[in-house]
Ligand binder design. Structure first.
Ligand code: GDP
Ligand code: ZN
Length: 282
């Protein structure tokens, strides 16, 4: 049984017919579908007739039509695990999903720490925002970035994902209190992860926390393409196909020395490169 949101609301509880099973496709959270209503005394119900063309499909979590990812880390308590964050950014780059990095709990950090974080990620291709969800500070930035989009939310436990969601959905309830009742009812019917309705055309999916992100389907030679801060220097290094590690005349390493590229990000690049080189040997 799948909860299907219709333009006119409410949520229709739908079954996907056998043809999907035969074709080995099943509706995913985030799918746009065509349904035909069926008679049901208790609730709006229907059948899923067709799954509309998907913009994209993520494997983990299994979700369709994702516009972007919101990854939340706290500046402290717990300390950010940058290796994990950088791995996550690579997997999102691979799937061409834009990322918003949200550093939460700014009340526990100094201006300098925030400045450093901003600098580390300013050329990473991500949007970086800061907030203190527990205090309701800076949450409107995130709300605005989510508007009109389908966003997957990720982050280790304890960083403030629920707190962020509460801030966002509190506003939603104030606006559309009646709707949220119906959303809630739809909620219990879904077996797997689901999209939370935030507002018009705006959905958020809380994804299970990640602990280890294995780099897959990347040749070590291609890893550099997943670090957008290297892009301006591609093709300017002395050697063709420079991996920006040991080669002389490397413009990336020069930029690193000049402080134009984050050392923390570059060090992880080298670490991941080595990891991929080891993987290949098995
Ligand atoms: P989740 O596991 O990612 O969903 O994290 P929670 O939202 O449950 O928050 C974990 C803990 O961090 C809770 O005790 C929150 O009260 C606390 N917390 C969340 N946001 C903030 C914040 O902005 N500042 C501070 N100091 N604590 C926060
Ligand atoms: Zn180079």
């Amino acid at each position: 049984v799948t909860g299907v949101q219709t333009c006119a609301l409410p949520i229709y509880e739908c079954r996907a017919k056998g043809i999907f099973r035969k074709e080995k496709i099943k509706p995913l959270p985030g799918d746009n579908v065509e349904i035909s209503p069926v008679q049901d005394e208790e609730k709006p119900a229907g059948n899923v007739d067709a799954i509309l063309l998907r913009k994209n499909v993520l494997i983990r979590p299994a979700v369709a039509n994702v516009d972007q990812a919101l990854v939340i880390f706290s500046v402290h308590e717990p300390e950010p695990n940058f290796h994990l964050l950088n791995r996550f950014l690579i997997t999102m780059e691979q799937q061409e999903i834009p990322v918003i990095i949200c550093f939460n709990k700014t009340d526990l950090s100094t201006e300098q720490q925030q400045e450093q974080l901003r600098k580390d990620y300013e050329n990473s291709g991500c949007i970086v925002v800061f907030q203190a969800a527990a205090k309701g500070e800076g949450v409107t930035q995130v709300e605005e970035l989510l508007r009109g989009k389908t966003t997957i939310m990720a982050g280790p436990s304890g960083v403030g994902k629920s707190s962020t969601l509460n801030c966002i959905s509190k506003d939603r309830q104030m606006e559309t209190g009646e709707v949220s009742e119906k959303i809630k009812r739809g909620k219990h019917t879904t077996r797997h992860s689901e999209l939370i309705y935030i507002g018009e055309d705006t959905y958020l999916m809380d994804t299970p926390g990640f602990s280890s992100l294995f780099l897959e389907n990347i040749e070590k030679e291609d890893l550099k393409y997943y670090f957008p801060e290297f892009t301006p220097y591609e093709n300017t290094c002395k050697f063709n196909g420079c991996c920006h590690i040991h080669e002389p005349g490397c413009e990336v390493k020069k930029a690193l020395e000049e402080g134009k590229i984050s050392k923390m990000r570059y060090d992880d690049y080298c670490m991941f490169y080595e990891e991929l080189a080891q993987q290949k040997k098995w």
